[in-house]
Design a protein around this ligand. Structure first.
Ligand code: ASP
Length: 301
């Protein structure tokens, strides 16, 4: 049975600082409402996922595009990935400097190349040649992100488990699914470090039978479990226990990585929607074509 058109959004697993909570709450809600309008209009899963991720990339409250966190060297290097279910094509970019809208480049990789992942200067050259993507440190850096970087370098704030990467999974009217995510990675990462967000199977996955999943949290913990694929695979074997299974996987990934923040959103083809996280917060949004959209900063199983 095909489920109703549905959108799930996340704004990152971790701890959302008190000062940012209202901005994150408003940002995730606005993105969810826009996504719901697109669901109702009959837009495709890919168009909806990209539109929602783009809204959050532009919102400086989130760690993606504008406001993305800085590397140890004080630069913005972003990762993004997208996958559509119907032919299992995916596209991703990693380690691209000062890019405002990485999900657009990931989409162009999926739709216009025979590759699945482009990195660093090659990815930037591809984007510029195709006329996709906006670049420039003035576009992506904010006073807050620079200040956070300075304080983290000085040891005044923790670099662990900050919550603000973004992602979406969508089931559209035709029954097609899409998973998409975008991030600045982790604060003070080594230049060149990529996490799970651009890695198919780890950070995201979409399949006509299994569904779509998008992960967030400490990339190294997520990669070790190939979490997006593993969650879809295990949930497909026992859909009635979807929440329990996904929550247990997040818990395991977290505990094997010193209590790292780990979370995911997962959508089954028949419409089961799962939002779980092993972290203090994970902002989320849920919308079906019918009824009211919902959103929040935490979710319990
Ligand atoms: N998963 C992202 C990374 O490790 C970060 C996050 O989701 O907060 O790059």
């Amino acid at each position: 049975m095909r489920g109703p058109p549905t959108l799930l959004v996340h704004g990152g697993a971790g701890t959302i600082s008190e000062a940012l909570r209202e901005d994150v709450r408003a940002g995730i809600h606005a993105a969810t409402i826009r996504g719901q309008e697109l669901l109702r209009s009959g837009a495709s899963a890919v168009d909806i996922a990209v539109a929602v991720v783009r809204i959050l990339e532009d919102d400086p409250a989130f760690n993606a595009g504008r406001g993305a966190c800085l590397t140890e060297a004080g630069e913005v290097e972003v990762d993004a990935g997208i996958m559509r279910s119907y032919d299992r094509r995916s596209g991703a970019i990693a380690g691209v400097k000062s890019c405002l809208d990485p999900i657009l480049i990931a989409r162009a990789v999926m739709e216009t190349t025979r590759h699945a992942l482009l990195v660093g200067p090659g990815a930037e050259a591809f984007a510029r040649a195709r006329g996709v993507g906006s670049f420039g440190s003035a576009e992506v850096e904010t006073v807050k992100s620079r200040e956070r970087w300075r304080r983290a370098l000085a040891g005044e704030i923790s670099i662990d488990n900050r919550a603000d990467t973004v992602g979406a999974v969508v089931l559209d009217r035709r029954g097609h699914l899409c998973a998409a995510g975008s991030t600045g990675g982790v604060l003070l990462k080594l230049p060149g470090r990529a996490g799970d967000t651009p890695l198919v199977g780890a950070g995201f996955f979409a399949d006509p039978v299994l569904g779509a999943c998008c992960c967030t949290g400490v990339g190294e913990a997520i990669m070790a479990k190939v979490l997006a694929y593993e969650a879809l695979r295990q949930v497909a074997a026992a859909p009635a226990r979807a929440h329990e299974i996904a929550a247990a996987l997040c818990k395991l990934a977290s505990s094997e990585h010193g209590g790292a923040a780990v979370g995911l959103i997962l959508l089954r083809p028949e419409g089961t929607a799962v939002i779980v996280h092993e972290s203090e917060h994970m902002s989320w949004g849920l919308a079906r074509a019918e009824g009211d959209a919902a959103s929040g900063l935490q979710r319990s199983v």
